[in-house]
Design a binder for this molecule. Structure first.
Ligand code: ADP
Ligand code: MG
Length: 247
């Protein structure tokens, strides 16, 4: 297998903030249909890795190849169009719009100016919105204003707003923070279902949730990989226990 066979190949990725390397010569590879979980102590550089992949932060050195395209040379907007969706730690939904409207404004064709002028609520658009709402457990909430959703439902809605754009790589930063146990279980089910045709990178602390979703775990520490492999390997790695799991 060559590195070109991976959906995402991160090689030598480095970012320096005033001389401090938050991400330091990082390399990892993500397969199609894979759920990769990134764990590690606060300040390890996890969020910064997602910022670098989605173009929010510019790399100092290194490469991020996605389906053969070099993302480090693209704008954030171009990276979204290339098929990378990213969810931030706090939900960024439109509180005063309904669930339906939040999904509608996230449709790729509603986002371009010319698309917005031509845009009609065609039957196929409505069906697409209903299908995504079903996937994110909000099928019976379509008419509800987003501000009245529970915290967990808001997180799902934001995942839906990304899914409706059909990304091939979806990146989620601590998606189950603040969720109830049953919401966490449903989120694991959701992520396992959607990776049938895409890859997902998840940053998470809840090890029970990590066990339910991870194909492979990458442990970051001080901007570098401390350990990588299946959950059993990293959980039993003395280095990981020392800097992270033991605390
Ligand atoms: P994590 O998500 O693993 O908790 P972060 O990626 O948020 O860690 O941060 C890693 C380190 O990089 C921290 O020390 C943080 O303060 C620093 N950092 C992150 N973004 C910036 C930035 N834009 N400018 C300066 N320092 C930053
Ligand atoms: Mg973070």
């Amino acid at each position: 297998m060559t590195t070109n066979d991976f959906l995402l190949s991160v090689e030598g990725l480095t970012v320096s903030f005033d001389g401090f390397k938050a991400v330091n010569d990082l390399s990892f590879y993500v397969d199609r249909n894979e759920i990769r979980v990134i764990i590690g102590p606060n300040g390890a550089g996890k969020t910064t890795v997602l910022d670098l992949i989605c173009g929010k932060t510019k790399a100092t050195a290194g490469s991020v190849a996605f389906k053969g395209s070099e993302l480090t040379r693209m704008s954030e907007h171009q990276i979204v169009k290339a098929g990378v969706g990213r969810k931030f730690q706090t939900p960024s939904i439109y509180e005063d719009l309904t669930v339906f409207e939040n999904l509608e404004v996230s449709l790729p064709m509603a986002r371009s100016v010319s698309g917005a002028l031509m845009f009609r609520r065609s039957r196929s658009v409505v069906e697409r919105i209903e299908a995504v709402a079903e996937e994110i457990f909000l099928a019976d909430q379509l008419g509800k204003r987003a501000e009245y959703l529970s915290h967990g439902q808001k997180q799902w809605l934001e995942i839906g707003m990304l899914l409706i754009q059909e990304p091939e790589l979806l990146m989620l930063d601590e998606p189950v923070a603040g969720m109830s146990v049953s919401e966490r279980e449903r989120t694991a089910e959701l992520l396992n279902r959607i990776t049938r045709d895409r890859a997902v990178i998840v940053i998470e602390h809840d090890m029970k949730f990590v066990k339910n979703i991870a194909h492979k775990v990458t442990v970051l520490h001080q901007g570098r990989i401390l350990s990588e492999g299946d959950i059993n390997k990293v959980q039993n790695d003395p280095k990981v226990i020392e800097v992270y799991l033991g605390h």
